[in-house]
Design a protein around this ligand. Structure first.
Ligand code: HEC
Ligand code: HEC
Length: 295
């Protein structure tokens, strides 16, 4: 092979590995900031802090009227994690909730506690990035208990996830914010439910859901029953009168406008949201401003 050809090949290979590194970095950014997979999938210590040496190895146990089960071990451990799953297996589980043949319960749909109806909005390149990142996480052996499905639930479709996004959406500040709010499933918590179904059409962001301490088991800094806030643009009932800095402080430090410390489960998200870039935080706030005001 001529020297030129060899140089050309080396150049192509290094472009390839730089792209792979970018993907791992992007995936790591999404997983550890706005999406906060670890908030469910990483175990917590007695003070409610995530045990990072066991990151993503199986976390919170939920006990809801529909489901009793634990957020899975999603490290690459071959026996107890997702190390035997193909890239496609992981992508499908993430965006459609379908378990692959390599899973413990092949074909059994994942509980709606796992927010796949929001993750379906993920851009293909971001799904690839998340998978690339998950492959780099340290494998941890931890067998989580098998889930128990008490009732089948089809979650209410989230309008922005149904419409979807394109890479160019991210160039527009408000659409970029809408994308982040979708994959961060803010409105899954901040929208009230009617007969168990989130009413995204009429009550987007209106708040009101109570975070019942009975819904999470073995969670040291237990939920105390906080009620999801109204985060619509309503000037009194919502956050319409808050400054951008005040909204960002709530997201990244867990402090409300009046200085009150926000409680779990919002509080647990703040260490994740703190890692977001300023551009992303500003976009998220820009989108929140567009949420129609509701009393
Ligand atoms: C709100 C909590 C929550 C968040 C956030 C969350 N998950 Fe999950 N996830 C769960 C629960 C609970 C299960 C188990 C569901 C079941 O057993 O039906 C699960 C299951 C999974 C599974 C299936 C694993 C298996 O062995 O069956 C994968 C893969 C997964 N999650 C990946 C992710 C990734 C990647 C993210 C972030 C992009 C994420 N999850 C965010 C709660 C969550
Ligand atoms: C797991 C559920 C959950 C998720 C996900 C969540 N929140 Fe919250 N959020 C809450 C709860 C509950 C409170 C109220 C906490 C309290 O009053 O102590 C809250 C409080 C807030 C507040 C403070 C409002 C006020 O009036 O004090 C803001 C702002 C907020 N959330 C925005 C967001 C945004 C934006 C996202 C997504 C990036 C998000 N939240 C994701 C549950 C959640």
């Amino acid at each position: 092979m001529s020297l030129w050809l060899m140089l050309a090949f080396t150049a192509i290979l290094s472009v390839g590995s730089a792209a792979a590194e970018d993907a791992v970095e992007r995936g790591g950014y999404l997983v550890t900031t706005i999406i906060a997979c670890g908030n469910c999938h990483t175990p917590k210590d007695a003070n409610g802090q995530p045990i990072l040496s066991r990151a993503l190895s199986g976390g919170l146990s939920f006990e809801t009227p529909n489901f009793s089960g634990t957020a899975s071990n999603i490290t690459p451990d071959l026996e107890t994690g997702i190390g035997r799953w193909s890239d496609l297996d992981i992508k499908l589980a993430l965006t459609t909730g379908v378990r692959p043949a390599a899973a413990r319960l092949p074909g059994v749909p994942l509980s709606d506690v796992m927010p796949t109806h929001f993750y379906k909005a993920l851009l293909p390149r971001d799904v690839d990035a998340i998978v690339a990142y998950l492959r780099t996480v340290s494998p941890v052996r931890n067998e989580v208990p098998l889930p128990n499905y008490k009732r089948e639930v089809t979650p209410a479709p989230y309008p922005d996830a149904e419409i979807g996004f394109t890479p160019s959406s991210l160039n527009d500040e408000v659409r970029r914010g809408a994308y982040l709010a979708t994959i961060g499933h803010c409105m899954g918590c901040h929208t009230p439910r009617t007969k168990g179904l989130s009413d995204f059409r009429n009550s987007l962001g209106k708040g009101g859901t109570r975070y019942d301490p009975a819904f999470v088991k073995g969670y040291p800094s237990a939920w105390k029953g906080s009620v999801a806030s109204n985060i619509t643009s309503h000037p009194q009932a919502g956050i319409g009168a808050w400054t951008d800095a005040e909204v960002k402080r709530a997201l990244t430090q867990g402090i409300a406008r009046d200085g009150r410390e926000l409680d779990t489960p919002m509080k647990d998200h703040t260490p994740y949201f703190r890692g977001m870039t300023d551009e992303d935080l500003n976009s998220l706030v820009a989108w929140l401003r567009t949420v129609p005001p509701l009393e």
